[in-house]
Design a protein around this ligand. Structure first.
Ligand SMILES: C[S@@+](CC[C@H](N)C(=O)[O-])C[C@H]1O[C@@H](n2cnc3c(N)ncnc32)[C@H](O)[C@@H]1O
Length: 187
């Protein structure tokens, strides 16, 4: 068992979600590792909408997807995830957020609490019954700390008759460890 990073925790949840022929949103495409995973899971009849604000990220993801023969089922969109409703109107099986900046860059462009909160709210409205939303949060930098505070308050306030919200956090790492927020729609 690998508990050494939050993405491994995320994959455990996603691996348990039936997705063949499904529709999902990758809200933070980055270099496309998660997009490739999602595109593989939805199969040839499925759809992945992928959002990122950086052309560089979308290009890297496109190359990966093309190399894996998965590009045809993906719609890569250069826009902020807070505008998800301009592009996606159908109910979706899952939404994945992996917050922060593009690995390997100067850390200039990062996700930010106000737009992240708008995006999770809009994505939750699109989530089907039984659907899953995961958010990996990295409070080790100032914007990430703001996102952590805002997202925990947001998740705590969700209607408990419609959603189950859970947080998975490290107990033994002292330097602002990452955490995973997962929300499932019950009805
Ligand atoms: C940690 S990376 C994502 C990693 C990615 N999931 C992967 O598998 O490689 C975070 C990404 O979020 C993007 N981002 C920042 N603000 C955004 C926004 N408002 N909407 C969508 N993407 C955003 C960044 O450009 C960056 O590429």
């Amino acid at each position: 068992m690998d508990l050494s990073n939050v993405r491994a925790w995320t994959r455990e949840l996603w691996d348990a979600l039936p997705l063949d022929g499904g529709k999902v949103i990758d809200a933070t495409v980055g270099n496309g590792y998660d997009t490739v995973y999602l595109a593989g899971r939805v199969g040839e009849k499925g759809t992945v909408w992928g959002f990122d604000v950086q052309e560089q990220a979308l290009e890297a993801a496109k190359q990966q997807l093309r190399g894996a023969g998965l590009l045809d089922r993906c719609r890569l969109i250069k826009d902020s995830h807070e505008n998800v409703d301009l592009y996606v109107s159908e109910p979706v099986d899952g939404v994945m957020f992996n917050l922060g900046w593009l690995p390997g860059t100067e850390h200039v462009v990062t996700t930010q609490a106000p737009s992240t909160i708008k995006a999770v709210n809009k994505c939750l409205r699109l989530l089907k019954k039984g659907g899953l939303m995961t958010v990996c949060v990295y409070p080790g930098h100032p914007e990430g700390e703001k996102e952590k505070v805002a997202l925990l308050a947001w998740a705590e306030a969700l209607d408990d008759t419609a959603f189950d919200a859970r947080v998975t956090a490290y107990l033994n790492i002292t330097k602002r460890p990452p955490l995973l927020i997962a929300v499932a729609r019950r009805k």
